[in-house]
Design a protein around this ligand. Sequence first.
Ligand code: FCB
Length: 481
Amino acid sequence: MDRLSPSSVPPSDQHAAFPGGFVWGAASASYQIEGGARDHGRSDSVWDVFCRQPGLVVNGHTGDTACDHVHRYVEDVALMREMNLRAYRFSVAWPRIMPQGRGEVSEAGLGFYDRLVDELLEAGITPWATLFHWDFPQALFHAGGWLNRDSASWFAEYASVVVDRLSDRVRHWITINEPQIYIGLGHFDTKHAPGIKYPFSQALLAAHHTLLAHGKAVQVIRARAKAAPTVGWAPVGKVDVPASESRADIDAARTSTMKGTERQFFTNTWFGDPVVFGRYPEDALKAFGADAPTPEPGDMETIAQPLDFFGLNIYSGGRVRAGDDGAAVPVDHGIGHPRNALNWPIVPESLRWGPRFIHERYRVPVVITENGMTNLDWVHSDGRVHDPQRIDFTRRYLLELRKAIEDGADVRGYFHWSVMDNFEWAEGYKDRFGLIHVDYQTLRRTIKESGRWYAKVIASNGATLAAASGTVEPKPVAVKA
Ligand code: FCB
C-alpha cells in the first residue's frame, strides 16, 4: 500500500462495501506488548516506575514481560498475515531507542524495529509507526518531563533518530497517541503514569509542550524522511451521538462533541484546534482564563503543521438530544444497554458521527487509529476462542463507519485495537482487547474467532459485513406443525 488513496476513488470491486484503497489494519503499543524491559539497553519509562508502586495497577501487574513480543515478533507477524492485515500500527519505545531519552542511541534497540519492519514488509503488511504511545523516558521525567519546555526538542531529537533509521521503509507516521489521556490521566488525574496531580494551569502547560512536540516531530519527519511520508496523529475521538436523525439533534450532538469548556482534558478541540487551525478554541480560552498557557511567538505556527490524516481513537460515546433552546441534553443509554468488560457503553453510531463531525470541522482525511472491545475471553475446550460479542461489536461499528463515508466523511482506514491481548495500563492484564488471545502463563497465541472473521472482512474489503455476524451459519430449527 502506498500513500493513502482518496476514498472518492471508486471501489475496485463493485460489490465491495468500502472504497478502494481503504486501509484495513490492527494496532498495538510498545509498552503494552513488547516486554523485554531490560533488553537492548532499554531503561525505565514512567510506566515501568508507575507499575512498581503498590496499588496503582490492578494486581501489581507490569509490562516487564507483557506478550514478550520483542522475542516473538516473527510469530506475531505470521499471525497478522494469517488475519490478512494490510497494515499494522505499532509504537516505538523511546527508552528502548534512547535509554536516557536524549543523547546516546541504542543500536540494539533500533535493530529490533529494523527487523520488525522488515518482517512486516516481507509479509506484505504496511507498517504504520507511532512515535509516542505513553512510555516517556523516566530520565526525562526527572528533567521536568512535559512540564519542561525542552521536552518538545527532546522529542524532536528522538524523532529524528527513528526517522533516519526507518523512513526508507516506513512511510506512515503517527506522532503522538491520545494526548488527552497521558496529560489528563497522567498529569491531572492520577490514574496513569507519571500519576501526579498538577494544578490545572500546569497540566495545560504540559499539554502545550506536547503539542509543540507533535509539531516539531511533523517537521522532522517531513524534512528527513527518505521515502515520501504520510503523517498524522492519533488523538482521542470524544463523541456525542444524536438521539435521532433530526436536524436539531444532530446540531446538538455536533456542538456538544466540540465543546471544550470543562476543566478537564477529555476534549477534541483543545488539542485539535491548535494542531489544525493554529489556535486554541475561544470557548475554552474564555473558560480557563489565566490558567491557559501563553504561547511564545511562533509556537502556534509550529504546532499547526499540515497533516495527511487525522487519526481518531473511538470506542464509545454519549447520546444527546436538542433541548427546547437547541442545547444538548444528555440521553441515558437505557437500562441494560450493552457494555464492554470495562463497563464502557457500546455505541456503534460513535463511528459514524465521530469521523463525520471531525471531518466537517477540520477537513483533514480521517483514519480510525483505534477501535475495539474488551471481553472476558478464554480458550474453550475445543481449543478455539469464541468471541461472538467482539464480532458483533466490530460489525456494528464498521457498518456505522461505512455510513460516515456514505455521508461524505473522507475516511481512509480502520485499525482494530488490538492485534493481541495486552497490558491494559492501570487495568493490568484483566482486560482482553485482542484479535489474538495470549495465554500469559505460556505466552501461547491463539487467533480468536473475531480474528478469523476480520480476515474475511478484509479479504472482501468489507463486503462480508452485509452478512449477519458470527462465523457459523445457524441451522434452521425444525418446527413441528
Ligand atoms: C486507548 C489507548 C490504547 C488502549 C485502548 C484500549 O486509550 O490508546 O493504548 O489502552 O485505549
